[in-house]
Design a protein around this ligand. Sequence first.
Ligand SMILES: Cc1cc2nc3c(=O)[nH]c(=O)nc-3n(C[C@H](O)[C@H](O)[C@H](O)COP(=O)(O)OP(=O)(O)OC[C@H]3O[C@@H](n4cnc5c(N)ncnc54)[C@H](O)[C@@H]3O)c2cc1C
Length: 331
Amino acid sequence: MTESYDITIIGGGPVGMFAAFYAGMHNAKTQVIESLAELGGQVNALYPEKTILDVAGFPGVKGRDLIAGQRQQLEQFPLTIKTGEAVTNVTPNDAGFTVTTPKGSTQTRAVIVAVGNGAFAPRHLNVENETALAGQHLFYSVRDLESFRGHRVMVAGGGDAAIDQALMLEPVAKSVTLLHRRAQFRGLAHMVDLLQASTVNVQTPYLIRGLEETAAGEVDVTLKQVGATAATTHQVVDDLIVSYGFTADHSALAAWDISMAEDHRLIAVDRQMMTSVPGVYAIGDGATYPGKSPLIAIGYGEAPVAVQAIMSTYFPERRGPVHSTSITLKP
Ligand SMILES: Cc1cc2nc3c(=O)[nH]c(=O)nc-3n(C[C@H](O)[C@H](O)[C@H](O)COP(=O)(O)OP(=O)(O)OC[C@H]3O[C@@H](n4cnc5c(N)ncnc54)[C@H](O)[C@@H]3O)c2cc1C
């Protein structure tokens, strides 16, 4: 028999996770389907060690800790969590939708699409040896700050994420070099000020032309000064972190049987977070409307809106009180 759910949440990033908790609080039979091996979306995959400053209630919280807290929060309810499973199709039927993954199909009354930017992958350096050094000396994010303790680290990139990583490594690493191909950084003025006040060794404008592992197990980075005729130079470090941003791929959604209206390649939603397909809602970074910002706090606000809209539309008899204490606290 096909498993059947009230709500299926596609995408287990911070926003999908919060929607799952909220659906659980409203007693909805809910499944979360996440394509990565772990829940947590961009926060867990790209910046688990970063201290996030703009989540209400936390003066500062590490990405990893925020996701661990969310995981604990949603485990209060008997939700079905499926990881390592990408949704490949959503097909309308008389009772709602069939949701398909490579592992099979399930039935659901309503869908919440919380796919963020879709499948994301880091932008690569495109130099020889890149694949061989990846995971050994070459990284695309800081997953475990302690693993860089006492190391000479080079961060390549010019955006907020690159500056953020350089500053995060500063108190832990033996030395940090931040390399950028332009003289000016793209990061926020505040971040650039922090960088200038730090001990991070800033080198601009330089490009990485090659990587070689030395006999001592270090990385010899070949550098070329942009616009200069001088030959290349070399810098030996223990680790290189490439922070050239990420490519996002929403194209998988185009293959689904439902066709959701888009705005600038994001899913357009109304004030109840409903897409152009009745019964399908979208929240988080993947959804857009006038005034939208791709932030965790914004997505957290969208999740209850979508869940409440679903409950009042499809399960009005089960629609409960709005405040959590009225729902979860036993008399
Ligand atoms: C370097 C960096 C720093 C940031 N710093 C901050 C910050 O300080 N404060 C802040 O508020 N925001 C910050 N952000 C933005 C924040 O991470 C996003 O707003 C947030 O992750 C959005 O959450 P989400 O759940 O909508 O999407 P995501 O986190 O992108 O999660 C979406 C999930 O859906 C999954 N998925 C995609 N397609 C499918 C499919 N077909 N089937 C199943 N699963 C699928 C993906 O694998 C992913 O896990 C930062 C982002 C980056 C990259």
